[in-house]
Design a protein. Structure first.
Length: 611
């Protein structure tokens, strides 16, 4: 079976499908399944866009709405998990999975499905310690906090996936499993992503929950994205009953030019199995038996474990699977029951204001919940489920923990760089293999390779990867001056001018509002404040330099060696000298703290790319 794997989609469905279509025609191959590893952005209209946790200037409609409206149809069966840049209101309508458009299937918070005999498990969202033990309490309309926490992984889904006892072929997540970098070419990873070094050295990069599942489920393949870099690894698990299992891990970049965002993999499968998407009986039995553990409260709650007074082992017996199969009439093929529930975006419309998103019950979720007799969270929020009492459940969940997670934001504006949104399929082809399954990245369509090979070590894999860097000029390198690349460069320059203008206005404001009379100060404190400010200004210069590299030229005001630059330093120090004796409750200067905050606000878009 030919399976295409894509990293972060960011709504660029047109470009992904166009690339796959081109490859198939050129090489006379047929891709059977497309897997997308998060940041899908199922944005149907302007209201959905408001539910995406990204700054407004990076909110784009992109192309999913065409597939939702019926203007286009996905040419390949597409399955995906959620990431941290999603229209959360739409995905929350399908907590157990479902069609978001014809031939495009979302795997819910967590899910196991079958296709062509392959068992595929998916886990949506990213790990955040502060929300891990909470229930799924978020629903539209969102606050800025719940808009983000809505896509945080919860312990219920991890608990359910740990009950799986039958072999899994493929696992999909957005996050990396923590520690996976120890099984691949870490040196190359840190060369490409230098800012990962501290997290790697402290072993905090990635999700500890996914790492636990990796070693518990031992799937043949694990695909991920999120960190916007291509990385491969092989995990050799501890032998069980003399059997050595291996997981082949692959993470891919986001859908942008000159990025390694897509690969085609040849995976052995049961050729007699139905090539249609099916529900998995073991997973359905697990969800049904653990329905009472579902929490819709922001309170923290532990899952049961050994020594608990309640049942904690929900591994499924054959008779339970047979009972589920019987309930579904012996056919677990997922019905093609997609229905539109909102008006899709119309590019020709003059309406520019969005309507506040609201909680909705999806017909697919309603059907599945009726069949399994499980809870639909959205029906509870709307008061349509009399069996689930939100108040009672919130009172029962009185376990709380100290929140040691100081990371307030899950994403960075630099996820949305001002790069062109088109995709070119020219360039050099990259192919490397894991034993008999060949991994082939999108490169030169004329040289795509899907043949078998014999490579079983990650060192050989990475050596092949490093030695096949782009060797021929790509179509992107021959762009005309009015191409999207040229436009994005102008946008970068304009943004830089806006940053400098904003800084100038802020400095003028500080100077205008400062007192005209000086006071006596403590000289040692003044020196400390001056040193801190000099460090801030030095950091500004580094950040400005990185911006200037993107625009291709240095603006005159950025030179720190000019007399004008020295005068700016003196102007910024002057109000500090007059205000140095003013301290807040923490013993720090409010003016200096405000200056630091302003510095971060002005230059957050220029920092190095983050996940």
């Amino acid at each position: 079976m030919k399976v295409a794997v894509e990293g972060c989609c960011h709504g660029e469905l047109d470009k992904i499908y166009e690339t796959l279509e081109y490859l198939q025609k050129k090489n006379n191959v047929k891709v059977d399944l497309l897997i997308i590893c998060g940041d899908f952005q199922a944005v149907r209209n302007l209201s959905d866009m408001e539910c995406m946790a990204v700054p407004k200037k990076y909110q784009k409609m992109n192309t999913f709405y065409k597939y939702y409206s019926g203007e286009k149809t996905a040419p390949i069966l597409t399955i995906f998990v959620g990431g941290n840049h999603e229209a959360s209101n739409y995905l929350q309508e399908l907590p157990y999975g479902g069609w978001v458009a014809p031939n495009i299937f979302y795997m819910g918070y967590a899910c196991v499905i079958k296709f062509g005999g392959l068992r595929i498990a998916g886990l949506s969202g990213i790990f955040k310690n502060k929300d891990f033990l909470k229930g799924h309490h978020e629903h539209p309309p969102y606050s800025e906090d719940t808009k983000r926490s809505a896509y945080h992984v919860r312990n219920l889904e991890i608990f359910r996936m740990k009950q799986i006892s039958r072999p899994i072929d493929i696992c999909i997540s957005h996050d990396w499993p923590r520690g996976i970098y120890n099984y691949g070419n870490m040196a190359e990873l840190l060369r490409v992503k230098k800012h990962f070094r501290d997290e790697v050295e402290n072993n905090i990069l990635g999700s500890p929950a996914s790492a636990e599942l990796l070693h518990k489920l031992k799937p043949d393949y694990w695909f991920a994205a999120h960190l916007h870099v291509k990385f491969a690894a092989i995990v050799k698990h501890q032998p069980e009953d003399g059997v050595q299992k291996m997981t082949k891990f692959l993470s891919l970049d986001k859908c942008l030019p000159r990025r390694k965002f897509l690969q085609v993999i040849d995976i052995p499968h049961d050729s007699s199995a139905l090539m249609k998407l099916q529900l998995d009986p073991e997973w359905l039995a697990i969800v049904k038996s653990t329905n009472h553990l579902l929490s819709l409260s922001p309170k923290q709650r532990y899952m049961p474990g050994p020594g608990s007074n309640e049942r904690w082992d929900f591994r499924v017996k054959d008779e339970e699977m047979n009972a589920v199969l019987e309930d579904f009439g012996g056919d677990l093929t997922y019905p093609e029951s997609f229905e539109r529930s909102v008006t899709p975006y119309d590019p020709s419309s003059t309406v520019t204001k969005s309507v506040t998103a609201r909680t909705m019950v999806n017909s697919q979720t309603k059907l599945l919940c009726t069949m399994l007799d499980i809870t639909d969270p959205n029906a509870v929020f709307l008061g349509l489920d009399s069996q689930y009492n939100l108040k009672t459940n919130a009172q029962l969940e009185d376990v709380d923990m100290e929140d040691n997670d100081t990371d307030e934001l899950d994403d960075d504006e630099t996820d949305y760089e001002s790069e062109p949104s088109f995709i070119s399929v020219s360039g050099s082809e990259r192919s490397f293999s894991f034993q008999d399954e060949s991994f082939t990245s999108v490169g030169n369509p004329n040289e795509i390779s899907l043949s078998e090979a014999d490579t079983d070590s990650v060192e050989a894999l990475e050596k092949s990867s490093m030695n096949t860097e782009n060797s021929s000029a790509s179509e992107e390198d021959k762009e005309p001056k009015d191409s999207p690349s040229a436009v994005s460069k102008n946008e970068d320059e304009e943004e830089l001018r806006e940053i400098l203008a904003a800084q100038k206005r802020e400095r003028s404001s500080i100077k205008t509002n400062s007192p005209t009379q000086s006071t006596n100060h403590d000289k040692s404190n003044l020196n400390n404040e001056e040193n801190e400010l000099q460090e801030i200004l030095a950091e500004q210069q580094k950040l400005r330099s990185s911006v200037s590299e993107l625009t291709g030229e240095l603006a005159e005001p950025l030179s720190h060696s000019s007399p004008a630059s020295d005068e700016r330093v003196e102007r910024n120090l002057a109000p500090l000298e007059r205000h140095i004796d003013r301290k807040d409750s923490t013993g720090q200067s409010p003016l200096l703290k405000r200056f630091k905050r302003r510095n971060l606000d002005l230059y957050s878009d220029s920092t190095e790319e983050s996940s």
